[in-house]
Design a protein around this ligand. Structure first.
Ligand code: BGP
Length: 462
Protein backbone atom coordinates (compact mmCIF):
# COMPACT_ATOMS: atom_id res chain seq x y z
CA UNK A 1 0.00 0.00 0.00
CA UNK A 2 1.44 3.38 -0.85
CA UNK A 3 1.22 6.14 1.74
CA UNK A 4 0.81 9.55 0.16
CA UNK A 5 0.52 11.47 3.40
CA UNK A 6 3.17 10.20 5.77
CA UNK A 7 3.50 11.95 9.16
CA UNK A 8 6.70 12.36 11.20
CA UNK A 9 7.75 9.22 13.03
CA UNK A 10 7.20 10.76 16.47
CA UNK A 11 3.69 12.00 15.62
CA UNK A 12 0.98 11.77 18.31
CA UNK A 13 -2.26 10.03 17.28
CA UNK A 14 -5.08 10.08 19.76
CA UNK A 15 -8.37 11.50 20.80
CA UNK A 16 -9.55 14.16 23.20
CA UNK A 17 -12.21 14.09 25.89
CA UNK A 18 -13.19 15.95 29.02
CA UNK A 19 -14.09 14.65 32.47
CA UNK A 20 -17.67 15.94 32.61
CA UNK A 21 -18.43 14.62 29.14
CA UNK A 22 -17.34 11.01 29.68
CA UNK A 23 -16.87 10.11 33.34
CA UNK A 24 -20.43 9.95 34.62
CA UNK A 25 -20.57 9.17 38.38
CA UNK A 26 -21.41 12.84 38.69
CA UNK A 27 -22.62 12.33 42.27
CA UNK A 28 -20.48 9.35 43.17
CA UNK A 29 -16.95 8.63 44.34
CA UNK A 30 -16.94 11.63 46.67
CA UNK A 31 -17.20 14.16 43.83
CA UNK A 32 -18.47 17.63 44.67
CA UNK A 33 -20.99 19.50 42.53
CA UNK A 34 -19.81 21.61 39.65
CA UNK A 35 -21.76 24.19 37.68
CA UNK A 36 -23.03 21.59 35.19
CA UNK A 37 -24.51 19.36 37.90
CA UNK A 38 -26.13 22.40 39.41
CA UNK A 39 -27.44 23.97 36.21
CA UNK A 40 -28.92 20.67 35.08
CA UNK A 41 -30.69 20.30 38.45
CA UNK A 42 -32.15 23.78 38.25
CA UNK A 43 -32.94 24.04 34.52
CA UNK A 44 -33.01 20.55 32.97
CA UNK A 45 -35.06 21.76 30.03
CA UNK A 46 -32.12 23.85 28.77
CA UNK A 47 -30.44 20.55 27.83
CA UNK A 48 -31.28 18.62 24.65
CA UNK A 49 -33.87 15.94 25.45
CA UNK A 50 -33.47 16.90 29.14
CA UNK A 51 -30.34 14.76 29.36
CA UNK A 52 -27.77 15.84 31.95
CA UNK A 53 -24.13 15.14 32.83
CA UNK A 54 -24.92 11.92 34.66
CA UNK A 55 -25.67 10.19 31.36
CA UNK A 56 -22.26 9.50 29.90
CA UNK A 57 -20.38 6.55 28.49
CA UNK A 58 -19.39 5.87 32.13
CA UNK A 59 -15.61 6.10 31.77
CA UNK A 60 -15.39 6.29 35.57
CA UNK A 61 -16.35 2.61 35.77
CA UNK A 62 -15.17 1.17 32.48
CA UNK A 63 -11.94 3.06 31.83
CA UNK A 64 -9.97 -0.20 31.61
CA UNK A 65 -11.97 -1.54 28.70
CA UNK A 66 -11.95 1.85 26.99
CA UNK A 67 -8.18 2.16 27.27
CA UNK A 68 -7.85 -1.32 25.82
CA UNK A 69 -9.87 -0.16 22.83
CA UNK A 70 -7.70 2.96 22.48
CA UNK A 71 -4.68 0.73 22.22
CA UNK A 72 -6.38 -1.51 19.69
CA UNK A 73 -7.21 1.52 17.59
CA UNK A 74 -3.58 2.61 17.51
CA UNK A 75 -3.64 5.57 19.91
CA UNK A 76 -0.28 6.52 21.36
CA UNK A 77 -1.80 9.43 23.30
CA UNK A 78 -5.05 10.37 25.01
CA UNK A 79 -6.17 13.83 26.08
CA UNK A 80 -8.27 13.77 29.22
CA UNK A 81 -9.17 16.29 31.86
CA UNK A 82 -9.21 16.10 35.62
CA UNK A 83 -12.48 17.12 37.19
CA UNK A 84 -11.58 19.79 39.75
CA UNK A 85 -14.68 19.06 41.81
CA UNK A 86 -13.88 15.34 41.82
CA UNK A 87 -10.31 15.91 43.03
CA UNK A 88 -11.16 18.70 45.47
CA UNK A 89 -14.92 18.56 46.07
CA UNK A 90 -15.32 22.09 47.45
CA UNK A 91 -12.82 23.57 45.01
CA UNK A 92 -10.29 24.28 47.74
CA UNK A 93 -9.02 22.36 50.74
CA UNK A 94 -9.52 18.67 51.26
CA UNK A 95 -8.47 16.29 48.49
CA UNK A 96 -10.82 13.39 47.72
CA UNK A 97 -8.88 10.10 48.08
CA UNK A 98 -11.27 8.21 45.77
CA UNK A 99 -10.49 10.68 43.01
CA UNK A 100 -6.76 10.26 43.56
CA UNK A 101 -7.16 6.50 43.22
CA UNK A 102 -9.30 6.89 40.10
CA UNK A 103 -6.92 9.25 38.26
CA UNK A 104 -3.88 7.20 39.37
CA UNK A 105 -5.52 4.10 37.95
CA UNK A 106 -6.37 5.79 34.66
CA UNK A 107 -2.88 7.24 34.23
CA UNK A 108 -1.21 3.93 35.11
CA UNK A 109 -3.49 1.99 32.79
CA UNK A 110 -2.76 4.39 29.92
CA UNK A 111 0.99 4.15 30.43
CA UNK A 112 0.87 0.37 30.74
CA UNK A 113 -0.78 0.35 27.31
CA UNK A 114 1.81 2.64 25.75
CA UNK A 115 -0.54 5.63 25.66
CA UNK A 116 0.79 9.01 26.78
CA UNK A 117 -1.71 10.95 28.90
CA UNK A 118 -2.11 14.64 27.99
CA UNK A 119 -3.82 16.09 31.04
CA UNK A 120 -5.91 19.22 31.08
CA UNK A 121 -6.88 20.88 34.36
CA UNK A 122 -10.00 22.81 33.43
CA UNK A 123 -12.62 22.01 30.84
CA UNK A 124 -15.56 24.34 31.64
CA UNK A 125 -16.30 22.62 34.97
CA UNK A 126 -16.06 25.15 37.80
CA UNK A 127 -16.76 23.70 41.27
CA UNK A 128 -20.12 25.08 42.35
CA UNK A 129 -18.95 26.56 45.65
CA UNK A 130 -16.31 28.58 43.85
CA UNK A 131 -18.83 29.78 41.29
CA UNK A 132 -20.88 31.03 44.20
CA UNK A 133 -17.82 32.99 45.31
CA UNK A 134 -17.75 34.74 41.95
CA UNK A 135 -16.11 32.12 39.74
CA UNK A 136 -13.42 33.53 37.43
CA UNK A 137 -14.43 37.07 38.32
CA UNK A 138 -12.75 36.51 41.68
CA UNK A 139 -9.01 36.62 42.29
CA UNK A 140 -9.52 34.36 45.32
CA UNK A 141 -10.81 31.72 42.89
CA UNK A 142 -7.67 32.21 40.79
CA UNK A 143 -5.67 31.36 43.91
CA UNK A 144 -7.83 28.30 44.60
CA UNK A 145 -7.19 27.16 41.02
CA UNK A 146 -3.42 27.59 41.48
CA UNK A 147 -3.57 25.40 44.60
CA UNK A 148 -5.58 22.79 42.70
CA UNK A 149 -3.03 22.83 39.86
CA UNK A 150 -0.18 22.37 42.35
CA UNK A 151 -1.98 19.44 43.93
CA UNK A 152 -2.40 17.82 40.50
CA UNK A 153 1.28 18.34 39.60
CA UNK A 154 2.28 16.89 42.98
CA UNK A 155 0.03 13.85 42.68
CA UNK A 156 0.48 12.95 39.02
CA UNK A 157 3.56 14.83 37.77
CA UNK A 158 5.81 11.81 38.25
CA UNK A 159 3.98 10.15 35.32
CA UNK A 160 2.18 12.90 33.41
CA UNK A 161 4.55 14.96 31.27
CA UNK A 162 2.12 16.96 29.12
CA UNK A 163 -0.06 19.40 31.03
CA UNK A 164 -2.65 21.97 29.99
CA UNK A 165 -4.09 24.66 32.18
CA UNK A 166 -7.35 25.30 30.29
CA UNK A 167 -9.40 24.07 27.40
CA UNK A 168 -10.91 26.83 25.25
CA UNK A 169 -11.00 29.58 27.89
CA UNK A 170 -13.03 31.78 25.52
CA UNK A 171 -16.00 29.40 25.74
CA UNK A 172 -16.96 30.02 29.39
CA UNK A 173 -16.55 33.74 28.60
CA UNK A 174 -18.87 33.61 25.61
CA UNK A 175 -21.25 31.07 27.12
CA UNK A 176 -21.38 32.27 30.71
CA UNK A 177 -20.96 36.05 30.29
CA UNK A 178 -21.91 37.10 26.75
CA UNK A 179 -24.32 34.83 24.91
CA UNK A 180 -26.11 32.76 27.56
CA UNK A 181 -25.19 29.17 26.77
CA UNK A 182 -23.27 28.32 29.95
CA UNK A 183 -23.98 28.88 33.62
CA UNK A 184 -24.08 31.50 35.22
CA UNK A 185 -25.94 32.94 32.20
CA UNK A 186 -24.76 36.50 32.65
CA UNK A 187 -24.80 38.90 29.69
CA UNK A 188 -22.29 41.63 30.49
CA UNK A 189 -19.18 42.39 28.43
CA UNK A 190 -17.33 44.12 31.29
CA UNK A 191 -17.70 41.05 33.47
CA UNK A 192 -16.78 38.87 30.49
CA UNK A 193 -13.52 40.81 30.09
CA UNK A 194 -12.74 40.25 33.78
CA UNK A 195 -13.38 36.52 33.47
CA UNK A 196 -11.18 36.30 30.36
CA UNK A 197 -8.40 38.24 32.06
CA UNK A 198 -8.49 36.34 35.34
CA UNK A 199 -8.42 33.05 33.45
CA UNK A 200 -5.15 34.06 31.83
CA UNK A 201 -3.76 35.13 35.20
CA UNK A 202 -4.74 31.70 36.56
CA UNK A 203 -3.02 30.13 33.55
CA UNK A 204 0.20 32.07 34.17
CA UNK A 205 0.15 31.25 37.90
CA UNK A 206 -0.27 27.56 37.15
CA UNK A 207 2.62 27.70 34.67
CA UNK A 208 4.74 29.45 37.29
CA UNK A 209 3.85 26.80 39.87
CA UNK A 210 4.61 24.03 37.37
CA UNK A 211 8.14 25.36 36.85
CA UNK A 212 8.70 24.96 40.59
CA UNK A 213 8.02 21.23 40.45
CA UNK A 214 10.92 20.38 38.20
CA UNK A 215 8.99 17.63 36.39
CA UNK A 216 11.50 15.77 34.24
CA UNK A 217 10.72 16.40 30.55
CA UNK A 218 7.50 18.07 31.62
CA UNK A 219 5.81 20.63 29.38
CA UNK A 220 2.86 22.83 30.05
CA UNK A 221 0.59 24.85 27.83
CA UNK A 222 -2.97 25.77 27.04
CA UNK A 223 -5.61 24.55 24.59
CA UNK A 224 -7.26 27.23 22.46
CA UNK A 225 -10.06 26.97 19.93
CA UNK A 226 -8.59 29.13 17.23
CA UNK A 227 -11.18 30.25 14.70
CA UNK A 228 -9.34 31.98 11.88
CA UNK A 229 -11.10 35.16 10.92
CA UNK A 230 -11.65 35.74 7.18
CA UNK A 231 -12.92 39.08 5.89
CA UNK A 232 -15.70 39.21 3.26
CA UNK A 233 -13.49 41.38 1.02
CA UNK A 234 -10.28 43.36 0.96
CA UNK A 235 -12.28 46.50 1.58
CA UNK A 236 -10.69 48.32 4.58
CA UNK A 237 -13.92 48.17 6.61
CA UNK A 238 -14.19 44.41 6.18
CA UNK A 239 -10.51 43.97 6.97
CA UNK A 240 -10.87 45.98 10.15
CA UNK A 241 -13.97 44.03 11.22
CA UNK A 242 -12.13 40.76 10.70
CA UNK A 243 -9.07 41.96 12.57
CA UNK A 244 -11.17 43.00 15.57
CA UNK A 245 -13.04 39.68 15.66
CA UNK A 246 -9.63 38.01 15.69
CA UNK A 247 -8.52 40.24 18.57
CA UNK A 248 -11.54 39.40 20.70
CA UNK A 249 -11.87 35.70 20.00
CA UNK A 250 -8.34 34.46 19.30
CA UNK A 251 -5.64 36.91 20.24
CA UNK A 252 -7.11 37.79 23.65
CA UNK A 253 -5.84 34.35 24.73
CA UNK A 254 -3.22 33.41 22.16
CA UNK A 255 -1.08 36.53 22.68
CA UNK A 256 -0.84 36.46 26.48
CA UNK A 257 -0.38 32.66 26.47
CA UNK A 258 2.40 32.52 23.87
CA UNK A 259 3.86 36.04 23.73
CA UNK A 260 3.18 37.00 27.33
CA UNK A 261 1.31 40.21 26.53
CA UNK A 262 -2.01 41.51 25.25
CA UNK A 263 -2.34 43.13 21.82
CA UNK A 264 -2.19 46.92 22.13
CA UNK A 265 -5.17 47.40 19.82
CA UNK A 266 -7.37 45.22 22.01
CA UNK A 267 -6.41 47.18 25.13
CA UNK A 268 -7.17 50.42 23.29
CA UNK A 269 -10.64 49.28 22.22
CA UNK A 270 -11.52 48.13 25.72
CA UNK A 271 -10.14 51.33 27.26
CA UNK A 272 -12.04 53.54 24.86
CA UNK A 273 -15.30 51.83 25.78
CA UNK A 274 -14.65 51.60 29.52
CA UNK A 275 -14.38 47.80 29.45
CA UNK A 276 -10.88 47.23 30.82
CA UNK A 277 -10.72 44.55 33.53
CA UNK A 278 -9.34 45.23 36.99
CA UNK A 279 -5.68 44.22 37.13
CA UNK A 280 -3.15 43.84 39.93
CA UNK A 281 0.38 45.05 40.26
CA UNK A 282 2.79 42.46 38.92
CA UNK A 283 0.31 40.87 36.49
CA UNK A 284 2.20 42.06 33.41
CA UNK A 285 5.47 40.57 34.64
CA UNK A 286 3.72 37.35 35.64
CA UNK A 287 2.30 36.89 32.12
CA UNK A 288 5.59 37.79 30.48
CA UNK A 289 7.58 35.31 32.59
CA UNK A 290 5.20 32.38 32.21
CA UNK A 291 4.43 31.71 28.60
CA UNK A 292 3.36 28.29 27.36
CA UNK A 293 5.78 25.57 26.21
CA UNK A 294 3.17 23.87 24.07
CA UNK A 295 -0.12 24.80 22.48
CA UNK A 296 -3.19 22.67 21.83
CA UNK A 297 -5.28 23.87 18.90
CA UNK A 298 -8.95 22.94 18.69
CA UNK A 299 -10.26 23.58 15.23
CA UNK A 300 -13.78 23.10 13.98
CA UNK A 301 -14.76 26.10 11.91
CA UNK A 302 -13.58 29.46 10.62
CA UNK A 303 -15.22 32.81 11.26
CA UNK A 304 -16.31 34.84 8.22
CA UNK A 305 -16.61 38.49 8.99
CA UNK A 306 -17.93 41.65 7.34
CA UNK A 307 -18.13 45.27 8.41
CA UNK A 308 -21.26 46.21 10.38
CA UNK A 309 -24.17 47.10 8.18
CA UNK A 310 -25.87 49.18 10.86
CA UNK A 311 -24.01 51.07 13.53
CA UNK A 312 -24.83 49.77 17.02
CA UNK A 313 -27.07 51.87 19.21
CA UNK A 314 -24.52 53.70 21.43
CA UNK A 315 -26.95 53.42 24.35
CA UNK A 316 -27.07 49.63 24.15
CA UNK A 317 -24.62 47.72 26.37
CA UNK A 318 -21.16 47.20 24.87
CA UNK A 319 -20.63 43.88 23.06
CA UNK A 320 -17.73 42.60 20.93
CA UNK A 321 -20.17 42.35 18.02
CA UNK A 322 -20.37 46.14 17.90
CA UNK A 323 -17.43 45.90 15.53
CA UNK A 324 -18.34 43.20 13.02
CA UNK A 325 -21.10 41.07 11.59
CA UNK A 326 -20.70 37.39 10.94
CA UNK A 327 -20.99 36.65 7.26
CA UNK A 328 -22.46 33.60 5.55
CA UNK A 329 -20.20 33.17 2.58
CA UNK A 330 -22.19 31.94 -0.43
CA UNK A 331 -21.33 28.39 -1.41
CA UNK A 332 -19.57 27.56 1.83
CA UNK A 333 -19.54 23.91 2.87
CA UNK A 334 -21.55 23.29 6.03
CA UNK A 335 -21.94 20.66 8.70
CA UNK A 336 -25.66 21.35 8.73
CA UNK A 337 -26.26 19.42 11.95
CA UNK A 338 -24.00 21.57 14.07
CA UNK A 339 -24.47 24.68 11.92
CA UNK A 340 -20.71 25.03 11.52
CA UNK A 341 -18.85 25.73 8.31
CA UNK A 342 -16.37 23.10 7.18
CA UNK A 343 -13.22 24.74 5.88
CA UNK A 344 -10.33 22.33 5.96
CA UNK A 345 -7.67 24.84 4.92
CA UNK A 346 -8.30 26.72 8.17
CA UNK A 347 -6.13 24.20 10.00
CA UNK A 348 -3.23 25.07 7.67
CA UNK A 349 -3.77 28.82 8.05
CA UNK A 350 -3.68 28.49 11.83
CA UNK A 351 -0.41 26.57 11.72
CA UNK A 352 1.20 29.05 9.34
CA UNK A 353 0.12 31.91 11.62
CA UNK A 354 1.72 30.14 14.60
CA UNK A 355 4.90 29.66 12.61
CA UNK A 356 5.10 33.22 11.39
CA UNK A 357 3.84 35.19 14.38
CA UNK A 358 4.11 32.97 17.45
CA UNK A 359 7.66 31.62 17.29
CA UNK A 360 6.52 28.35 15.70
CA UNK A 361 5.54 27.10 19.15
CA UNK A 362 5.35 23.32 19.55
CA UNK A 363 1.70 22.57 18.94
CA UNK A 364 -0.71 19.83 18.09
CA UNK A 365 -4.31 19.60 17.02
CA UNK A 366 -6.06 18.96 20.30
CA UNK A 367 -9.62 18.68 18.88
CA UNK A 368 -11.02 18.30 15.39
CA UNK A 369 -14.06 16.27 14.46
CA UNK A 370 -17.59 16.18 13.17
CA UNK A 371 -20.81 16.04 15.19
CA UNK A 372 -23.75 14.52 13.33
CA UNK A 373 -27.36 14.08 14.35
CA UNK A 374 -29.35 10.88 13.86
CA UNK A 375 -26.47 8.65 12.83
CA UNK A 376 -28.56 5.48 13.15
CA UNK A 377 -29.88 6.35 9.68
CA UNK A 378 -26.52 5.36 8.33
CA UNK A 379 -26.44 1.86 9.84
CA UNK A 380 -25.71 -0.89 7.36
CA UNK A 381 -24.58 -4.38 8.30
CA UNK A 382 -24.80 -3.43 11.94
CA UNK A 383 -22.34 -0.54 11.57
CA UNK A 384 -22.67 3.23 11.20
CA UNK A 385 -21.21 4.00 7.77
CA UNK A 386 -19.83 7.43 8.66
CA UNK A 387 -18.00 8.15 5.41
CA UNK A 388 -18.67 11.86 5.98
CA UNK A 389 -16.53 11.72 9.14
CA UNK A 390 -13.72 9.91 7.35
CA UNK A 391 -13.77 12.56 4.65
CA UNK A 392 -13.82 15.35 7.22
CA UNK A 393 -10.78 13.98 9.05
CA UNK A 394 -8.88 13.03 5.92
CA UNK A 395 -9.23 16.46 4.33
CA UNK A 396 -8.13 18.23 7.51
CA UNK A 397 -5.18 15.89 7.85
CA UNK A 398 -4.07 16.68 4.30
CA UNK A 399 -3.84 20.36 5.17
CA UNK A 400 -2.08 19.59 8.43
CA UNK A 401 0.40 17.47 6.53
CA UNK A 402 1.09 20.33 4.12
CA UNK A 403 1.70 22.68 7.06
CA UNK A 404 4.21 20.23 8.53
CA UNK A 405 5.96 19.92 5.17
CA UNK A 406 6.30 23.69 5.18
CA UNK A 407 8.02 23.66 8.54
CA UNK A 408 5.15 24.12 11.01
CA UNK A 409 5.80 22.63 14.41
CA UNK A 410 2.69 20.40 14.60
CA UNK A 411 3.40 17.29 16.62
CA UNK A 412 0.12 15.42 16.76
CA UNK A 413 -3.56 15.10 16.09
CA UNK A 414 -6.33 14.47 18.62
CA UNK A 415 -9.76 13.68 17.34
CA UNK A 416 -12.91 14.84 19.01
CA UNK A 417 -13.75 12.26 20.01
CA UNK A 418 -13.10 8.68 20.98
CA UNK A 419 -16.73 7.77 21.56
CA UNK A 420 -20.03 9.61 21.53
CA UNK A 421 -20.05 11.90 24.53
CA UNK A 422 -22.38 14.14 26.47
CA UNK A 423 -22.03 17.71 25.33
CA UNK A 424 -22.89 20.73 27.43
CA UNK A 425 -26.34 22.02 26.36
CA UNK A 426 -26.50 19.74 23.31
CA UNK A 427 -26.19 16.50 25.31
CA UNK A 428 -26.34 13.71 22.68
CA UNK A 429 -27.84 15.75 19.85
CA UNK A 430 -24.69 15.61 17.75
CA UNK A 431 -22.59 12.47 17.94
CA UNK A 432 -18.85 12.94 17.57
CA UNK A 433 -17.40 9.52 18.37
CA UNK A 434 -15.78 7.10 16.01
CA UNK A 435 -17.25 4.56 18.42
CA UNK A 436 -20.95 4.81 19.12
CA UNK A 437 -22.41 4.38 22.59
CA UNK A 438 -25.88 3.22 23.49
CA UNK A 439 -26.64 5.53 26.37
CA UNK A 440 -29.04 3.05 28.02
CA UNK A 441 -27.01 -0.15 27.79
CA UNK A 442 -23.55 1.53 27.49
CA UNK A 443 -22.79 -0.86 24.67
CA UNK A 444 -19.96 0.32 22.40
CA UNK A 445 -19.89 -0.30 18.63
CA UNK A 446 -17.15 0.73 16.24
CA UNK A 447 -18.28 3.00 13.43
CA UNK A 448 -16.66 2.68 10.00
CA UNK A 449 -14.39 5.62 10.86
CA UNK A 450 -12.86 3.73 13.81
CA UNK A 451 -11.46 1.14 11.40
CA UNK A 452 -10.11 3.88 9.16
CA UNK A 453 -8.49 5.71 12.07
CA UNK A 454 -6.84 2.50 13.22
CA UNK A 455 -5.32 2.09 9.77
CA UNK A 456 -4.13 5.71 9.66
CA UNK A 457 -2.47 5.63 13.06
CA UNK A 458 -0.88 2.24 12.46
CA UNK A 459 0.53 3.42 9.11
CA UNK A 460 1.35 6.86 10.46
CA UNK A 461 -0.41 8.26 7.43
CA UNK A 462 -2.75 7.36 4.61
C1 BGP B 1 -15.35 22.06 21.97
C2 BGP B 1 -15.26 21.55 23.37
C3 BGP B 1 -15.67 20.14 23.55
C4 BGP B 1 -16.72 19.61 22.60
C5 BGP B 1 -16.60 20.17 21.20
C6 BGP B 1 -17.80 19.95 20.30
O1 BGP B 1 -15.69 23.40 22.01
O2 BGP B 1 -13.96 21.68 23.90
O3 BGP B 1 -15.97 19.98 24.89
O4 BGP B 1 -17.95 19.58 23.16
O5 BGP B 1 -16.34 21.55 21.18
O6 BGP B 1 -18.77 20.94 20.48
P1 BGP B 1 -20.27 20.64 20.82
O7 BGP B 1 -20.25 19.52 21.78
O8 BGP B 1 -20.82 21.87 21.41
O9 BGP B 1 -20.92 20.29 19.53
Amino acid sequence: MSINYKFPSDFWWGSATSATQIEGAAHKGGKGENIWDHWYKTEPNRFFDNVGPESTSDFYHVYKEDIKTMKEIGHNTFRMSISWSRLIPSGRGKVNPEAVTFYNNVIDELLANGIEPFVNLFHFDMPLELQHEGGWESRAVVDAYTDYAKEAFRLFGDRVKKWFTFNEPIVPVEGGYLYDFHYPNVVDARRAAQVAYNTMIAHAKAVEAFRGFDIANGKIGIILNLTPSYPRSKNPADLRASRIADLFFNRSFLDPAVLGEYPEELIEILREHGQLPVTEKGDGALLKANTADILGVNYYQPRRVKAKEYLPNPYSPFMPDWFFDNYEMPGRKMNKYRGWEIYEKGIYDIMINLKENYGNIESFISENGMGVEGESRFIQDGQIQDDYRIEFIREHLKWLHKAIEEGCNAKGYHLWSFMDNWSWMNAYKNRYGFISVDIETKERTWKKSAHWIKEVSENNGF
